[in-house]
Design a protein around this ligand. Sequence first.
Ligand code: BGC
Length: 728
Amino acid sequence: MTDLWTVTETAFDPKRQHHKETVFTIGNGYLSTRGAFEEGYPRDRRATFIHGVFDAVPIVVTELANAPDWLPLAVFLDDERFSLDTGVVESFERRLDLRNGVLARTVRWRSPGGRGATLVFERFVSLADEHLAYVRCTVTPDFAGVVEFRAALHGAMDNEGVAHWQRVGQGAHPAPSGPLPIAALHCQTRTSGIGWAGAMHLVAGGGRRLASEWWDADNAPTLTLKMKAVPGKPVGAEKRVAQWTTRDLPEAELVATAVTRVAEAPAWKDAFKANAAAWAIEWARTDVVIEGDDEAQIAMRFNLFQMLIAAPRHDDRVNIGAKTLSGFGYRGHAFWDTEIFMLPLFTYTAPEIARNLLNYRYNNLPAAREKARGNGVEGAQFPWESADTGEEVTPTWVPHFADRNKLVRIWTGDIEIHISADIAYAAHQYWRATGDDAWYIAKGVELILDTAKFWASRAEWNAADERYEYRDVIGPDEYHEHVDNNAYTNRFAQWNLETALETLAWLRARAPERAAQLTVQLDLTADRLAHWRDVIDRMHLHVSETGLIEQFDGYFARQDVDLAALEPRTRSAQEIFGIEGCNETQVLKQPDVLMLQYLLQDHYTEDQIRTNYGYYNPRTDHTYGSSLGPSIQAIVACMMGYPDDAYEHFIRAVRADLRDVRGNAGDGIHGASAAGTWQAVAFGFGGLRITPEGWTVTPRLPKGWTRLAFSFMHRGMPQQVDLRPEGA
Ligand code: BGC
């Protein structure tokens, strides 16, 4: 029987190395470590990313600094170093246990000199104590001699050539037991000055120890263990690491804390127990059971796992990057991916995580106000890409995808403005789902009011047509730049303003003092509110008799392309037509209008949605356009009663990283797609709807699914949904 909780790989293919490093990422919401090998491999992209540890970098402003490496554990059979690029790999298996986050690898290897052994590597970073990480190796030799383990902490890590760290110090400290000391390393990022300290303990696990040493190697403190190799008898070593940064502690306490903590750290067995117990709690509220479709079941759990390891549980000063903490792509920057795609998963299953993420935006309101001011408008304008400070960090120029020597101007940081409404929407949705009035009064309302202020101020009055407009923007569909009146943007601006007025009325009744205070602070005069109402009433909305919404002014006049005629293909429409060429067509990177209708579904009739689905679905670059689209498309297709379409969109989303559908999974997990799959099952196949009275489901299970079960929180109470196909 297939193990539906495990991602398995049965052969190592160096060509897939970077993709598999992403797939086999482990993490605990504090840090993530890519699935590079303990002993290393040529051209690996080994990386650990710690939430919030950003450092400056030319052109792209700032990036998550690849942290000092806690993982290295080299093995020698006599004096031959184990590595998959030498000798003979007789068998290979790697397994990620999604239940508890343990990554295990079993390799049967024969060295160039003919020594054979079975090596088992296992690792996890504890969900129970986010500062602790474990790796152990068990070697069963078929020769007599010596097996040596060398464990190190490596300070000289870089981001694909960009060095972010300098060493502050290193040394040995007394260990509670055993012949080896505890080794520590202390580093600091070069520009942002964030301190990091790691301490490690190496313990023999079975077999006879022949020797052990501490090497004060430059920027790579190392502990070694030599064990007697007896054919057929396993010998092992367990490496325990504790790490802290100055985001958690004052610099002066870093090393001592890491050393003490690792000295006291439980051995693998107990640490694993605590970790597994923490995971069991997470899965009890997050798991989605799919019966009748093993691939979908494993992939679904894999996607949820990826979100759970990226979710900050104890920190509300960080966001989840578009590529989570699993790769160098987008440099750790966060986008609207968080609010529209990831937050619903947390809002409905782990509201305290959603609250942390929303607090991140709240905490960054000063930077958003600054951005608005810089653009000559009022209120809060959130950055398109956001990192540690909440300032705009979208690179202005990036290398062209076809010719790395050419630069392309990136406009999203200037004019992809819908994100401010997306954040307001997420805050409102969190409040509606949780009933967390205290948070809403303290923080949520301010997010909604100040973004509304931005929208009213940014709206332009078109006197000729007597309407408010947003000119020169980019909507979610980024194949079209510099457009006027993107339907998603305009309608969401209107929604933001409407919701702000409702919210203010609610606040005046519910918490008059806070309302009075915000009225003064945000200058919510009667004139201003009257202007908001005017903008709402006279917003340009692209209404038509047929219900078909034009994505932006003049979209219908652009060239219509038969996407089906381009098949089979392995490139995006933008690569085929070029950036400007694609702009002139109707091809979509992601379907703006359908996203709008999904998010504001109470405001559209089924017929209106059907009309737009019929028009925009065939014009969307599903496989090679944005990875964000498919999970939402799946929901809209479910709502329209197109189960086969829905499944096709869903499977595209749920497989995206496991099968590397877009060929760029090596850069990291597509976080929005991963989290979006939860929305696809809950709101699409489950048909979950939250109503003022409670909630309802309308099961629309894909063919072959015999059961779909999931949990969610409704106003603080856990709810279970367990669905079978109609008639079953
Ligand atoms: C998408 C955006 C998304 C970003 C980060 C882009 O390719 O078009 O919608 O926010 O990637 O995932």
